[in-house]
Design a protein around this ligand. Structure first.
Ligand SMILES: [Zn+2]
Ligand SMILES: [Zn+2]
Ligand SMILES: [Zn+2]
Length: 220
């Protein structure tokens, strides 16, 4: 649970916008981390075109610079940086908390989905949309050459996902069930668009259909 940085009211669980004063809060990292600005960036936010800023989301001794939009609070990670960030912020869970993963999925379902494709902050090519991991319920915008773009709240969600063992489940799932054909379920329609973008060759390429299927099947 977090509070509005402007008026102190408790924020809704699945939104960074205060219901009382309409302030858009930065919820992905604690303010002590978020305040460590490193300088302006030449990269443009994929959502609102504002020039982004480089911030440090690592520690003082081990910096992890990423881009943040100060207008809409979206984040951009170069390839490989999300994994580093998750290691630093989620610790190293050894078990899977299915109840917690289930709760996280339910929360994400309520917050709705954006359909449009948006441009990579580095090369301006339209990015693909891809489920980050089994039961993560975070559909990330990805440029295979440059990195991953996250809307406000999605990184917070991924940190919780990994803490609950989501990444272990993701690895187990991908290792144990390689080539089943995805079966469309009634509840998967909102993700159908993401099948079209040519995901082969990506880090998680080829697993998308299965990942989506597992995502819904494991809920029970
Ligand atoms: Zn407020
Ligand atoms: Zn923005
Ligand atoms: Zn790119």
């Amino acid at each position: 649970m977090s509070n509005c940085q402007n008026c102190g009211a408790v924020l809704p669980v699945n939104s960074s916008v205060c219901e009382y004063c309409d302030t858009r809060n930065f919820v992905d990292f604690k303010s002590s981390t978020a305040s460590s600005t490193l300088g302006p960036s030449q990269r443009k936010c994929a959502l609102c075109s504002t020039l982004m800023e480089t911030i440090n989301v690592g520690s003082e001794s081990k910096q992890l610079p990423i881009e943040k939009c100060n207008h809409c609070h979206s984040l951009f990670f170069d390839n490989g940086e999300v994994e580093l960030m998750l290691e630093m912020h989620s610790g190293d869970p050894t078990s899977i908390n299915r109840q917690r993963l289930h709760e996280l999925c339910e929360l994400a379902m309520e917050s709705g989905e954006r359909k449009a494709y948006i441009p990579c902050p580095v090369c301006a090519q339209l990015m693909n949309r891809q489920l980050f991991g089994v039961k993560s319920s975070v559909v990330v915008d990805i440029c295979h050459d440059h990195g991953l773009f996250f809307e406000p709240g999605e990184i917070r969600h991924l940190i919780e996902w990994k803490r609950a063992g989501g990444q272990i489940l993701d690895k187990n799932t991908k290792a144990s069930a390689p080539k089943e054909r995805p079966r469309k379920t009634s509840s998967s329609h909102e993700f159908e668009d993401y099948d079209e973008g040519g995901f082969s060759g990506g880090r998680n390429g080829g697993f998308l259909g299965m990942a989506l299927e597992m995502f819904f099947d494991i809920l029970d």
